[in-house]
Ligand binder design. Structure first.
Ligand code: PMP
Length: 452
């Protein structure tokens, strides 16, 4: 339960005025946005200054995996701040060592060395640098339907349209099509066909780029922002085999799918694959303090045993962020958060979202697992024409905006991207909260249905 908070619209207006005057917001036309002023948050909810409370089906930007203001994590940050608020990365610091140990123990295979960053994009930048130095090759392959971050190399690897404005520096980045049975780039009829064709396409891409020039293949284990597209069985194992055959470094980006989101510590576990490098961020400490990193295989770590690794960050492994990670991971163990994500996906979110799809013609497909779900909204289920065109804005995006407004009216804060809405709540969302979210979605989908 959230505490009772007195509405205070005047305070909210002051927050908004200062925001409008001085905060330059990400991904936005500054004059066209009207950000909600947030007064507080707890667990799966947040609230504004006008007395409206929202069930957060976005968990921030898919990162508050244990919800807002978990007391044990807040206390751990406070305790660390009182003891040693900061210390430079070249030193061994207890809380940093402990965070690295807890992460390494949970990552698959021999990914036992942790390079800390401040977030996901920096993790991807460094994974690419490690792969290039390890192989002595320059090219990096990534998927069109992907998101890897907004810094130079990470945005170039990103497949979604946000890449277009920053694409001039994309030396060495080559995009390919990863499988997506619902909107198959290979016109496949079955998952097995999609898998086989996608692997052949990747082989062909490598053959024409020159196998000896490709340093890394970078994939999200389950592409998140681009649509929570669970790969067909065998695909990731097939990519692993291709990487082994050509001496290419396999990088799995688990920034969004990692740390319990899919009902396992890491999504790679669902597919029995171990990459050479794995990026993480977000859920590692539920985003209470910025933290990301790269988990590194023994072989790649050995490359930098006698030769220096030419990369680093002032705040790498920041003690406050590491204290939050240690506390978060312990909370996840003690409160069985990973198991809860799996359970809520299997028993409430999965069945509930599929039931919505039966009632609402605007739902073309339900995809996902754990606390990681997408509804692909369509104008026409037969043709699968998206409810709004690819990369729609303004009037073209109006049906999704109307859907979003209906969610908010019903107390649900939705994640909306193009023609999709994602149900990505905290991994420890309760059954009652998940059902409340489904009921709000049910009402809002009726608005989307009007556009079918
Ligand atoms: N990789 C993936 C898979 C992501 O989802 C994101 C963020 N949404 C990033 C990288 C970038 O992370 P950050 O915003 O922390 O730089």
């Amino acid at each position: 339960m959230t505490p009772h908070v007195e509405p205070d619209p005047r305070a909210g207006a002051a927050v908004k005025a200062a925001d409008r005057a001085h905060v330059f917001h990400s991904w936005s036309a500054q004059g066209l946005i009207d950000p909600l002023a947030v007064a507080g948050a707890e667990g799966s909810y947040f609230w504004d200054y006008d007395g409206n409370r929202y069930l957060d089906f976005t968990s921030g930007l898919v990162y508050t995996n244990i919800g807002y203001q978990h007391p044990r994590v807040v206390e751990a940050i406070q305790e660390q701040a009182g003891r040693l608020a900061t210390f430079a990365p070249a030193f061994a610091v207890d809380v940093r060592s402990e965070a690295a140990r807890l992460i390494a123990e949970r990552t698959p295979g021999d990914l036992d060395k942790i390079f800390f960053t401040n977030g996901g994009a920096e993790a991807v930048e460094n994974a690419v640098r490690m792969a290039r130095l390890h192989t002595g090759r320059a090219k990096v392959l990534s998927a069109y339907r992907s998101y890897h971050g907004a810094t130079s190399t990470a945005i170039n690897l990103t497949g979604d349209p946000r890449r277009w404005a920053s694409d001039t520096a994309s030396a060495g980045v080559v995009h390919f099509w990863a499988p997506f049975p619902y909107r198959s780039p290979f016109y496949s009829a079955t998952e097995a066909e999609e898998c086989a064709r996608a692997l052949q396409h990747l082989e062909d891409t490598i053959a024409f780029e020159g196998p000896g020039t490709v340093a890394a293949i970078v994939l999200e284990t389950i592409p998140g922002t681009a649509g929570i597209m669970t790969p067909p069985p065998g695909y990731l194992a097939g990519v692993r085999e291709i990487c082994d055959r050509y001496g290419i470094v396999f990088v799995l980006d688990e920034v969004m799918a990692g740390f319990g989101r899919t009902g396992r510590w890491f999504a790679a576990e669902h597919y029995d694959v171990v990459p050479d490098l794995m990026t993480f961020a977000k859920g590692v400490n539920s985003g209470y303090v910025p933290l990301g990193g790269v988990a590194i295989s023994a072989e790649i770590a050995a490359t930098f045993d006698k030769r220096p690794y030419p990369g680093g960050l002032t705040y790498s492994g920041h003690p406050l962020a590491c204290a939050a990670a240690v506390a978060t991971i312990r909370v996840m163990e003690d409160e069985k958060v990973v198991e809860q994500a799996a359970h809520i996906g299997e028993t409430v979110l999965g069945p509930g979202l599929r039931a919505l799809a039966e009632r609402h013609p605007s739902v073309g497909e339900v995809r996902g697992l754990g606390a990681f779900w997408a509804l692909d909204l369509v104008r026409d289920r037969e043709t699968r024409e998206p409810l709004v065109p690819y990369n729609a804005s303004g009037e073209a995006a109006a049906p999704m905006a109307a859907f979003g407004a209906a969610c908010k009216k019903n107390g649900l804060w939705p994640f909306i991207n193009m023609n999709r809405t994602h149900a990505v709540p905290a991994c420890n969302i309760t059954e009652a909260e998940a059902k409340e979210g489904l009921a709000a979605l049910d009402e809002a989908l009726s608005v989307a249905d009007e556009h079918t």
